[in-house]
Design a protein around this ligand. Sequence first.
Ligand SMILES: Nc1ncnc2c1ncn2[C@@H]1O[C@H](COP(=O)(O)OP(=O)(O)O)[C@@H](O)[C@H]1O
Ligand SMILES: [Mg+2]
Length: 374
Amino acid sequence: MPEIRFINGLKKFGETIAVQNINLQVKDKDFVTLLGPSGCGKTTMLRMLAGLESPTEGEIFIDDQCVFSSDRRIDVSPDKRDVGFLFQNYALWPHMTVYKNISFGLENLKWNKSKIEQRVTELLELLKIVELAQRYPAELSGGQQQRVAIARTLAPNPKVLFMDEPLSNLDAKLRMEMRSELKRLHLETNSTFVYVTHDQLEAMTLSTKICLMNEGTIQQYAPPLEVYNNPTNLTVADFVGNPAMNFIKTQYIENKDGIIKMESDDLSFEFTPNTPLTVKIEKGHQLVIGLRPEHIEIEENGSTNSSIYSTLPSGLETVIKLKINNTILTSVAFGGVDYEVNAPISTYFNSNKYILFNKDSRESISMGTIIVKS
Ligand SMILES: Nc1ncnc2c1ncn2[C@@H]1O[C@H](COP(=O)(O)OP(=O)(O)O)[C@@H](O)[C@H]1O
Ligand SMILES: [Mg+2]
């Protein structure tokens, strides 16, 4: 069964390091997304796994077969890796019908006629494009073209499907629809998907595992909810989630009976860790408290010293900026609530998922509950 391993990967373009210290294992039937800002090395990584680019150093195994080794001078070409690709600019052959676009590759692989017919029919049904079989690409919408491109890629039953931002040319509504189609397709085809995106929501909703990258290195490789709830560092915490996590810079005061006391410019905090700290905190240490917007609850006419800074109702949810002294925090509430600017409210910090980061190393130290005093 296909399992991909990339060991000690490094890729340089001249003097530029595109990716480094890459150790990644993609398990059979995983849907892994490579996520990160533009230029962080996602495409380079995908192209190396697919065989379209040779690593400067490292080894790649697919299914226990070594397909690349810089030391042993192995470099198996893409067509011999039994993998499929789907890119942002999926060029369908304009002079061929949808049917022919899907069958053509199989004819080249010398499949017999009845097997080709059976496979194309299967794919037309799987991607819900049966009625489009005799049309030409110019007679299709963007989303329909994308489905044909996916069918064409899946036709020879590749062990692994590599996709590089395949939905970024589609409008928002279609992108949403294709996301759920891709997720369904992943289950129905029993394949392994490796998918590149810079869209954190896409990565959150689609993948079994997110490989979050920044400046050419892997920051965290874990299931989406773990990345969301338990980010390893400030970079990950900031990249995942919309609205973004709130960060408050604080100064460590003392650790009394397991309760960590801190102060920001205008607030004081008592943090109780759920689990032992991963590092010892010393006096004078600077810490950052991370609070997800959904872990800040508010109520009208409350007693604490907070007020509404702004509300952005979007129907399904409302993003609320609130002010405690001069600290502005983002909160989110389900549904359409509206508050008057400057209205007094009370703020609740009821979660046990607040995160403490070390400001200098940027690493997460602990997760826990918090008391905020204005
Ligand atoms: N063919 C190339 N020649 C030189 N530099 C490249 C080449 N391809 C990518 N790079 C560089 O490698 C880094 C990673 O690029 P890329 O993998 O395309 O990032 P992403 O897909 O995450 O946007 C960038 O700094 C980019 O400029
Ligand atoms: Mg890219």
